[in-house]
Design a protein around this ligand. Structure first.
Ligand code: PEP
Ligand code: MG
Length: 589
């Protein structure tokens, strides 16, 4: 059958071109299909439900135990309702009775009965009972996962070269991707700094986010092209389109290979000013990629991924081993370990963080760690112990004011004291920094500077909070704009303030790795960058063709401009001019 070529414009998330057949994932577990069964299959169906309930119970008891150990029994009790539901004979009998009567799959009956319970609870006025509807939801998801398997497990098992298309991929889904077989990633949801996009870049997988309706329009098995540079997704390409993109893919790969010649060049401007270009990593194994792309250190080690895809919390020793390995491999270069940044779009299953209307404005990052000191302390102990193996530094995420820094430092001091008493060695002069990700922190660097050793501007969050644009919402992705003059003034102020107070400042948000922003940021006075490893060779090339005075001139012009469009047009033109004929073809601007 002839299928029409379909083109969907999404948001570019990770560069490169991928061509393969599509695997479309429908992720919504609660869309359970009704299937018919024979009377003879009844006992098998009941047995599978009982097994799923038993497995769920074991999981919950384990989570409860861990929580009680980490945080006290008060918090572990939040699973009591789910355990009660697991033991509920009335519920089980109702399901069995309907199974016999309707002769359809047990997962459908289970799902339908729970829906009825949930509806009844949601109608009640009592806010406590209303809240229990959420428990039923969680319980339902857990049991269904054990009954029919989690759809997303497929992404671990893919054994053929595939382009994965899903409505949404959580950071934990992305972390288990089988990178050998995924040639491209597409999600319907998300903006350019969704963690899925960041992970795709780390794994060097071409990716597009915000590709609306792609799971409806595209069928599993059809040929698709992912152009991660332009954000274009093409399904059922014509022969001519396919030929064009195969050529383009070859050109992109040849260009990237040539850029690798610059990976080992010194990060020095034409007028000999030292610039540090470091790498962002999410997993210890990415150190290899950081090194092979010529990173001058790890400027951001996101540690959340330890906590995802597991039913228990990572132990101190497990974390210590990982931090130690990264420190040893990168020594003598620095490794900035960012403490746990959960919440927002990153959740851990074992904590069951309750639903929030505005998770990015909610119980996230340092706020979570200060409220859960046992979890925070375990991580700090691991980082401090690893600090003797290299130049490890500690960085706190989502700082909004001095109080959080003071409180976090107090906990660090307690941990240090414990280590002293136990005679466990650590670097007593370990540097401690704060991310500048909130406008409030950006405005008070003068107050923060005496409390910390360095700053790192996290533009991914700073942009979302200053423009009030949810970074993972595809509907408003057009508003997410690093070149917004308001954002640039904020960034410029932070860099200027830090220079005035002699405080060290770098940038580790995605903006730091966008080639045309690089001269502007240099011109604003930034000297330390931490970017996705993939971006390092091209930034090293740009450094080598620019003088600080040129960068300052570019920055001065930009700061007078009033629109993101004109700023970006100007910056792209300037970068092309700087690269000239010699290097112009090597960098896609
Ligand atoms: C940032 O916000 O810029 C940042 C680097 O942190 P994350 O993307 O992990 O929120
Ligand atoms: Mg952030």
């Amino acid at each position: 059958m002839f299928n029409k070529e379909i083109i969907i414009q999404g948001v570019p998330a990770s560069p490169g071109i991928g061509i393969a057949s599509a695997h479309v994932v429908s992720q919504d577990l609660l869309q359970v299909e009704r299937r018919s069964i024979k009377e003879a299959d009844l006992s098998e169906e009941i047995k599978s439900l009982e097994n799923a309930l038993l497995k769920t119970k074991q999981e919950i008891v384990k989570i409860q135990k861990n929580m009680a150990h980490e945080m006290g029994s008060k918090y572990a009790n939040i699973f009591d309702v789910q355990l009660m539901l697991l033991e509920d004979r009335v519920l089980l009998e109702e399901i069995i009775e309907r199974l016999r009567r309707e002769l359809c799959g047990v997962e459908y009956v289970f799902f339908d009965v729970l829906k009825k319970y949930k509806k009844a609870l949601a109608k009640l006025d009592d806010p406590y009972l209303k809240e229990r509807a959420q428990d039923i939801n969680d319980f339902g998801k857990r049991v269904l996962k054990n009954l029919i398997g989690e759809d997303m497990s497929i992404i671990r098992e893919l054994k053929e070269k595939t382009i994965l298309i899903a409505h949404e991929l959580s950071p934990s889904d992305t972390a288990i991707l089988n990178k050998d077989f995924i040639l491209g990633l597409v999600t319907e949801s998300g903006g350019p700094t969704t963690h899925t996009a960041i992970m795709a870049k780390s794994f060097e997988i071409p990716a597009i986010v915000g590709a609306e309706n792609s799971t409806f329009k595209i069928e599993t098995g059809s040929t698709v092209i992912v152009d991660g540079g332009s954000g274009k997704l093409i399904a059922n390409p014509s022969q001519a389109t396919l030929k064009l993109y195969k050529e383009k893919k070859g050109q992109v790969e040849a260009r990237l290979a040539r850029l690798m010649d610059f990976k080992d060049s010194e990060s020095k401007t034409k007028d000999n000013v030292d610039i540090k270009i470091m790498a962002n990593i999410e997993l210890p194994l990415e150190v290899k990629s950081a090194q092979s792309h010529g990173a001058d250190g790890i400027g951001l080690y996101r540690t959340e991924y330890f906590y995802l895809n597991r039913s228990d919390l990572p132990t101190e020793d497990e974390q210590y081993q990982a931090y130690k390995m990264v420190a040893l491999q990168m020594a003598p270069d620095i490794v900035i370990v960012r403490t746990l940044d959960l919440g927002g779009d990153k959740f851990i299953s074992q904590m069951d963080i309750s639903y929030e209307l505005n998770p990015f404005l909610g119980w996230r990052a340092i706020r979570f760690c200060l409220a859960r000191p046992e979890i925070f302390k375990t991580q700090l102990r691991a980082i401090l112990r690893a600090s003797v193996h290299g130049d490890i530094q500690i960085m706190f995420p989502m700082i909004s004011g001095i109080e959080e820094v003071d409180e976090a430092r107090k906990i660090v001091a307690q941990v240090m004291q414990d280590l002293d008493e136990e005679e466990i060695p650590y670097d007593k002069d370990v540097k401690i920094g704060a991310m500048i990700e909130t406008p409030s922190a950006a405005m008070v660097c003068d107050h923060l500077k005496d409390r910390i050793d360095f700053f790192s501007i996290g533009t991914n969050d700073l942009i979302q909070y200053s423009i009030a644009v949810d970074r993972i919402n595809e509907k408003i992705a057009y508003l997410y704009e690093p070149a917004h003059p308001g954002v640039l003034r904020l960034i410029s102020r932070v860099i200027k303030d830090c220079k005035e107070y002699n405080a060290s400042v770098g940038m580790c948000g995605e903006m730091a790795g966008v080639n045309y922003f690089f001269p502007l940021l240099l011109g604003l006075g930034l000297r330390e960058f931490s970017v996705s490893p993939l971006r390092i060779p091209e930034l090293k090339l740009i450094v080598s063709v620019i003088e600080i005075a040129q960068a300052e001139e570019i920055a001065a012009s930009v700061m007078k401009m009033d629109s993101a469009r004109s700023i970006k047009d100007f910056l792209k033109k300037e970068l092309k001019r700087l690269l000239g004929e010699e290097y112009g073809e090597l960098i896609e601007v």
